[in-house]
Design a protein around this ligand. Structure first.
Ligand code: PLP
Length: 385
């Protein structure tokens, strides 16, 4: 079961008892900003099209026109040379990752990811009969700890999963980090004599603050899968739309794309919702509206650090990863729950001793929750005396 979902369900029940405005639910990464108006305009326009086109099947890998439009948009932004043939349309990043992992895995293969990481990776990797190894977190910077990494790589390594901007730390991997990762992987590919795939999980690519650059991973490493989603960038998580890119530069790229198609078919992730494929294409160049998230980040970060909480200042996504002021983050999360503050303990992110606070909420929730965060800290400090 998912700790995040459990907390969210608890919050829904609790709101019925004490009132919605008395529960400070920071559990889920559900965008609080409405989809941009261009999404609504696109839907309205598309609804004028013949129903059999709009609601019919597309080819399994997606509408060719949509894929071409998305490829051109990505090329303009990142200087790449993709065509529609490099794209596979999916139902969100979840399906994108599941498909990529299944496409390249033989039973017994290993994947490595970097703590803190999105807990679903374990589910997707194990479902493909592979094993997920966890590289411990560098809790100073939350970039990659390369010392530990070298020890986890072996001839069994099939792939590496990275997520930047990161859920839950909010950190963006720097160009140096990605370059170093690419260098290590190329060296190991040579040593082992087979490809090591880098799976770039990118639902938060557009949600960055103060113009922080998010390196475009295929420009650093040939054997990269891009797993993208519109869940966060266009605030469309319920519509389940995203894509995979298999670059031509990838080793055996045509065979890998065939495997992606095969895995998509085997998993039942074919023909992503056609209406939203078309919306994605029409909104390909629409910027994400992140002003409210930026305000929330500042309010929460400044408010909590003033109260004595410790965390890194997030550069992207909409999470704050806060050091638990007591050793057991599960106990701390339970304590917070008693104050109707719902925050996720970090064990399932592979980095115990922290809590994740999702700030994709109404600004008022953050402002109103501050007295509770103050009371929680005072309670912990009183007990530690
Ligand atoms: N990867 C990360 C890091 C996420 O945070 C999420 C969702 O929160 C996903 C993947 C799944 O995204 P999607 O809704 O597009 O399937």
């Amino acid at each position: 079961s998912s700790v995040i979902r459990e907390l969210f369900s608890y919050g829904l029940e609790r709101k019925k008892v004490v009132g919605a405005d008395k529960v400070y639910d920071f559990s889920l990464g559900n965008p609080s900003i409405p989809a941009p108006h261009q999404v609504k305009d696109a839907i309205a326009k598309l609804l004028e099209e013949p129903a059999e086109v709009l609601h019919g099947y597309s080819p399994a890998s997606g509408d060719p026109g949509v894929k071409e439009t998305l490829a051109q948009s990505v090329n303009r932004r990142f200087g790449t040379h993709f065509t529609g043939a490099n794209f596979y349309m999916t139902v969100g990043a979840a399906a994108s990752l599941s498909i990529c992992i299944n496409a390249v895995t033989n039973p017994g293969d290993e994947f490595i990811t970097f703590a803190p990481f999105f807990p679903e990776y374990t589910v997707w990797v194990e479902n493909a009969k592979a094993k997920l190894l966890i590289n411990p977190a560098d809790t100073e910077s939350f970039q990659i700890d390369f010392d530990a990494f070298e020890g986890l790589l072996s001839p069994k390594t099939k792939g590496i999963i990275i997520n930047s901007p990161n859920n839950p730390s909010g950190v963006v991997y720097s160009a140096e980090t990605i370059q170093k990762l690419a260098d290590v992987l190329r060296r190991k590919e040579k040593e082992y004599g087979h490809a090591i795939y880098l799976i770039a999980d990118e639902p938060y690519r557009e949600i960055v603050y103060e113009g922080v650059e998010v390196p475009y991973v295929p420009n650093y490493y040939e054997n990269t899968f891009v797993c993208y989603s519109y869940s966060k960038s266009l605030s469309l998580p319920g519509e389940r739309i995203g894509y995979i890119i298999v670059p031509d530069e990838m080793e055996d790229s045509k065979r890998v794309m065939a495997a992606v198609n095969g895995a998509g078919r085997a998993l039942g992730f074919v023909c992503a919702p056609v209406l939203f494929q078309r919306v994605a294409a029409m909104c390909a160049d629409v910027p994400s509206d992140i002003a409210a998230y930026a305000r929330n980040r500042d309010l929460l970060y400044n408010g909590l650090t003033e109260l004595g909480y410790e965390c890194v200042r997030p550069q992207g996504a909409f999470y704050l990863f806060v050091k638990s002021p007591e050793p057991d983050a599960n106990a701390f999360s339970e304590r917070a729950k008693k104050h109707d503050v719902l925050i996720v303990p970090s064990d399932s992110f592979g980095c115990p001793g922290y809590v994740r606070i999702s700030y994709c909420v109404a600004e008022k929730t953050i402002v109103d929750s501050m007295p509770a965060f103050k009371a929680i800290m005072e309670e912990v400090k009183a007990e530690q005396k």
